[in-house]
Design a protein around this ligand. Sequence first.
Ligand code: AMP
Length: 324
Amino acid sequence: MTRRLTGFQPTGHLHLGNLIGAMRPLVGAQERPGTTHSIAMIADLHALTVEHDPTRLRANTLQVAAVLLAAGVDPRRTALIAQSQVPEHTELHYLLECATGYGEAARMIQFKEKSSAGGPVRLSLLTYPVLMGSDILVHDSDQVPVGDDQSQHLELARAIATRFNARYGDTFTVPEGIRPENAARIMDLADPARKMSKSTPSAAGRIGLLDPPETIRRVIARAVTDTAGVVRADPAGQPGVTNLLAILRACSDREPGELSSYGALKREVTDAVEALLAPIRARYAELAADPGHVGRILTEGAARVRPRAAATVRRTRAAIGLLD
Ligand code: AMP
């Protein structure tokens, strides 16, 4: 049984890239019982590393949970948790900090970028990659789906685990970073050189999973193409058209047929995206009407994963020299 941890930040709205790159592989893994056990973790503690609004954070955490459920995450097969409701994450975090060098944390690219952007820098921004290591290691994860932006943090988790095992005895599973099967990377529709992302200030190139159909139609209609006038996949020469084709393939689960114009391509993409998102929006609306239900699913998820997490913490405490 392979154990897999997938994280989602409760900041901003989830988008089509999250659905295709992370949520659908998670749902796909559920269809292979006995091979992969997944935990879907909403990283609410990571959201505290930058300026945040408490009311909005709580709402976003529940919203991300509801969107994951609406997209097909089945809490009986995938443990759906809020990071902060599993206190073993933070307990192990401190122990791992004691096995991490200051220089190792300070050289993380994300820390350097975010801390040099101006304004106050929270200490947790420096240490959060170690917390991410704790999230991964505490659940004995074998695999972690990571995008390029998180691969340095995964390498840190691997380095900490390997060093800890060598110094204090075999304690942690050393995790592997993976690109999930069929997880296309979706680019920004207004700027196909960059990945579709929650943190891009402009929403002009982003398809939010809860966006109304008119907004989606408009974003796709305005998607950047080129002057070649031929519908074909050519990542270097025609990145915008290639991205639209990738979205069409991912949303309709079939190879796109012959398309004569960019207008025809955009119409197909709009229909395919709408067909994929309409049922998710409808299920989301039902779930959002009952936040208590979503909250209970998170509480149950935490209860399910805590015994294993607690065992990892006990093992770590014993290895590092703490009393029972
Ligand atoms: P985030 O909440 O931004 O950390 O992303 C959550 C998950 O979605 C991660 O597994 C990312 O790799 C994945 N993801 C984010 N943006 C994209 C994208 N544009 N295309 C494909 N996958 C993405």
